[in-house]
Ligand binder design. Structure first.
Ligand SMILES: Nc1ncnc2c1ncn2[C@@H]1O[C@H](COP(=O)(O)OP(=O)(O)OP(=O)(O)O)[C@@H](O)[C@H]1O
Ligand SMILES: [Mg+2]
Length: 244
């Protein structure tokens, strides 16, 4: 089992879009039993998967151990892909984790799901706080989507710094260029400077994910943007093998 966090303290960089599309790749291309765990009360991932609004405020209760994670998991339209949805109740998570002595509560819950899932993908909120630290302790791989701006680079530096401060975190970091427009020289130059970082293009087909509320592979499987997610997924699988 591998836990992959799609994480950046910077908002709007494409985390939820990437999480949903990588989860689709994991379930559909690799036939892995996959869980998309939504840790952001904005509920972007669930929205993109076309899921209904949750019935109650229950997501917090798995962290306080009043409810099992399994009891909140639902199947999605994508075969092999389940969702552990968020709701407004997890807004309280940061203050709860700050008071809780257990720094690996989130990691332990992920470990408990190990028997059910081969891949767990975390759609993370744009924060750098105790929730972020719990995520970093749980992750095997942290994917950091970033735009090609110097400011985005600072968010990557912050992730690296925080991870280095966390005792016993074992995660590797993979930066991924997000929303790249090769017509722009700044974007081309940024990609040329980091030839090892995977690239997801700026694409109207990817924008359609939020309109159709389905992963791109479900409606435009062979378009270049969809292939870019599949190639990213293959790279992630190769990276996970080196970490095992
Ligand atoms: N590669 C892309 N090409 C075009 N548009 C994209 C791409 N990736 C994401 N978007 C769009 O950018 C916006 C932000 O994407 P998304 O919600 O995935 O970011 P996020 O990092 O999860 O945001 P937040 O930090 O608020 O959770 C959305 O409107 C999404 O449709
Ligand atoms: Mg998001």
């Amino acid at each position: 089992m591998a836990v992959i966090a799609i994480f950046s303290p910077k908002g709007g960089v494409g985390k939820s879009t990437m999480a949903v599309n990588l989860a689709w790749c994991s379930a559909t291309i690799s036939n892995k039993r996959t869980l998309l765990w939504e840790l952001d009360p904005q509920r972007g991932a669930a929205y993109l998967l076309g899921e209904d609004e949750p019935l109650g405020k229950q997501a917090f209760s798995i962290f306080s151990k009043d409810r099992s994670a399994k009891s909140l998991i639902t199947a999605t339209e994508v075969e092999g892909l389940d969702l552990l949805p968020a709701d407004n109740s997890i807004i309280e998570l940061d203050s709860y984790f700050s008071q809780l002595g257990k720094k690996r509560r989130l990691a332990k819950i992920a470990e408990e799901l190990q028997s059910e899932y081969q891949i767990i993908i975390l759609d993370c909120p744009p924060v750098m706080n105790e929730v972020a630290r719990q995520i970093m302790r749980a992750a095997d791989l942290i994917i950091v989507p970033l735009s090609p701006s110097p400011l985005a680079r600072r968010s990557l530096d912050l992730v690296r710094l925080e991870l280095s401060r966390i005792v016993k975190a074992h995660a590797a970091i993979l930066p991924v260029f997000s929303m790249i427009d090769r017509r722009r020289s700044l974007h081309r130059d940024a990609c040329a400077a980091q030839p090892d970082w995977p690239i997801i293009p700026m694409s109207s087909a990817i924008e359609q994910v939020a309109v159709r509320r389905a992963p791109i592979g479900a409606f435009q499987r062979s378009c270049p943007a969809s292939v870019a997610f599949m190639n990213l997924w293959k790279g992630i699988e190769a990276k996970l093998k080196t970490l095992a």
